[in-house]
Design a protein around this ligand. Structure first.
Ligand SMILES: Nc1nc2c(c(=O)[nH]1)N[C@H]1C(S)=C(S)[C@@H](COP(=O)(O)O)O[C@H]1N2
Ligand SMILES: [Mo]
Length: 527
């Protein structure tokens, strides 16, 4: 291999290798960027560690006006997060292309006389890594060396070294290959063939690994799934695998229960930490509670019910000896999420640090090993992957509050028609109309159905709720008078006698209102 010196500007191909053209640099950069993107997906899914792509996506959602963010979420629904992540990755590939152009221009000025692509690549890896963890990460809010990130900073630093290598090694290598390919720098022959083969094998290997990680993590990368119970009345208790799932994460954390601790601390008289065994050994309570997301539109399917078992939060707080000045309690999670509630909610008898869901340990996506269950407030206060509980000043802003959502958002009365489905047609015969109604912790006193778009209302029958904190299932039968299209609507009345408002409001900042309506076409006699 020949030395690359500052003077070797591409003349005299025999003595010194020529430089890459800008187009060559771009191509090489884009290719290397692609490898880096794959490595990020692999790191994210394989090690569950955040990457700069996560930090970028997070920064973007933080900078985005909340109304736009909500609009995107409503429009794109469950593809929003994967799309954002993919967008960030694509932008990074573009950036790598730019880096490739710079590389083509300035690689010959590289101060180290290193001709081995591997060594050049390693050096470049070091530079990229330093810039990422020393400069980019703090800029994106992750702290120097990722120390401000949730989870394990050493993992982050290592993962970033891997990602930097995934960019720099192919860059240094492809550079040589691109030249070799044009027959500019290398004698044709065994070495270049060997180099091609090794590089291709490495690329194929990395690609294959990343692809396997994608396949394995396929379920995890499409988070925020609705409860799938269309076409029938939902089961009163939602099975765990049908329970709706929402989180801020592209990929949810997987907490190692052996090293997990629940810290109850901050400004308290007796700070302490519990292991999982210690937590589950404490006195527990079981309660049916319905969860719903504040971003659930009226009639949406981000609502489910389960039986939760956990330790009353109040017990844990009493043991910690809160200062008399305590006003809010904050919950911190393994994914960097946080949220706080006024002390009175934290002290409610039914507020749990839950670790069982329908008789099983919490599934990973629902917050294993422990989460907050707080009846009456929207899902965002029900912090999953809980790691720390502490009193905070009244001005504390949680993850979603920083993004424009309301603090202490009390669940609004809502109801949904599951049967018949919107747009269905039915014969001219007795028709079953049914669905769910929910009023947070206020209970549901009545449900009414309209078959004329909301002018007149008839009462429906309610099934007795499983607890004061769950939805109720309701049904009624309806004999359509003639063959035509009908607009059915539903409204609930809460335990205080307050009727669900017809005023249409989108979910930002504190929950959607309005009546759920479906159109049914009645056509033909029943057989
Ligand atoms: N740690 C953590 N907890 C979290 C979230 C999150 O992103 N991270 N999302 C919240 C939101 S917005 C909702 S609606 C509920 C959803 O809980 P589920 O997925 O068990 O239905 O979790 C809440 N708890
Ligand atoms: Mo939510």
């Amino acid at each position: 291999m020949r030395a690359m010196s500052p003077e070797s500007d591409g003349v005299g191909a025999q003595a010194s290798p020529p430089r890459l053209s800008p187009l060559g640099g771009l191509t090489v950069g884009l290719l290397a960027g692609g490898v880096m993107a794959l490595s990020m997906v692999a790191v994210r899914l394989g090690a569950g560690a955040p990457t700069t792509a996560d930090l970028l996506a997070d920064t973007l959602t933080r900078l985005m006006p909340p109304a736009l963010f909500d609009f995107l979420l409503e429009r794109l629904r469950f593809v929003a997060k994967p799309l954002l992540f993919a967008g960030v990755l694509a932008a990074q590939v573009g950036l790598a292309g730019g880096l490739g152009v710079l590389y083509s221009r300035y690689a010959h000025r590289w101060p180290f006389r290193v001709t081995q692509p591997w060594l050049r690549g390693l050096l470049l890896t070091g530079v990229v890594w330093l810039v990422t963890v020393g400069l980019l990460t703090p800029l994106l809010g992750g702290g120097f060396l990722g120390l401000a990130l949730p989870g394990n900073p050493p993992t982050y630093v290592l993962a970033q070294a891997l990602v930097a290598g995934a960019l720099a090694l192919p860059l240094a290598h492809l550079h040589r290959l691109a030249l070799g390919r044009r027959g500019l720098a290398y004698d044709a022959g065994r070495r270049s063939v060997l180099q091609w083969a090794v590089s291709l094998a490495v690329l194929a290997g990395a690609g294959g690994l990343a692809f396997r990680a994608i396949l394995r993590g396929g379920a995890a990368i499409a988070p925020s799934r609705p409860s799938r119970t269309e076409g029938a009345l939902p089961p009163e208790v939602t099975p765990n695998h049908l329970f709706y799932e929402v989180s801020k994460n592209i990929v949810n954390p997987r907490v190692d229960v052996a090293t997990w601790r629940l810290a109850v601390g901050g400004d308290v008289g007796n700070p302490y930490a519990l292991t999982y065994e210690e937590l589950v050994a404490l006195p527990w309570k079981e309660e049916y509670v319905t969860l719903t997301c504040v971003s659930n539109p009226v009639g949406g399917d981000l609502i489910s019910t389960a039986l939760w078992r956990g330790v009353p939060l109040r017990l844990l707080l009493e043991r910690a000896q809160l200062p008399t000045s305590a006003q809010r309690i904050a919950f911190y999670a393994a994914d960097g999420y946080d949220d706080s509630v006024p002390l009175e909610y934290a002290m409610k008898e039914q507020t749990l640090v839950a670790y069982h869901m329908n008789g099983e340990p919490l599934p990973h996506d629902h917050g294993f090993p422990a989460r907050i269950i707080l009846p009456g407030l929207y899902g965002m206060e029900n912090v999953k992957w809980l790691t720390r509980i502490e009193p905070v000043p009244a001005a504390f802003r949680g993850y979603w509050q920083e993004r424009g959502w309301a603090d202490t958002a009390v669940i609004k009365t809502t109801s949904r028609i599951h049967l018949p489905e919107d747009g269905a047609s039915a014969p001219l015969a007795q028709t079953l109309v049914g669905g769910v109604a929910f009023a947070g912790a206020r209970t549901v006193r009545a449900v009414e159905v309209s078959t004329d778009g909301g002018y007149t209302w008839q009462p429906a029958e309610l099934r007795k709720a499983l607890s004061p904190f769950t939805w109720v299932l309701w049904t009624t039968t309806w004999l359509p008078p003639s063959e035509k299209a009908y607009t059915l609507a539903v409204r609930a009345t809460d335990g205080a006698g307050e009727v669900q408002t017809a005023q249409v409001k989108t979910s930002l900042p504190d929950g959607a209102t309005g009546h759920h309506r479906v159109v049914v076409v009645i056509r033909g006699q029943a057989p």
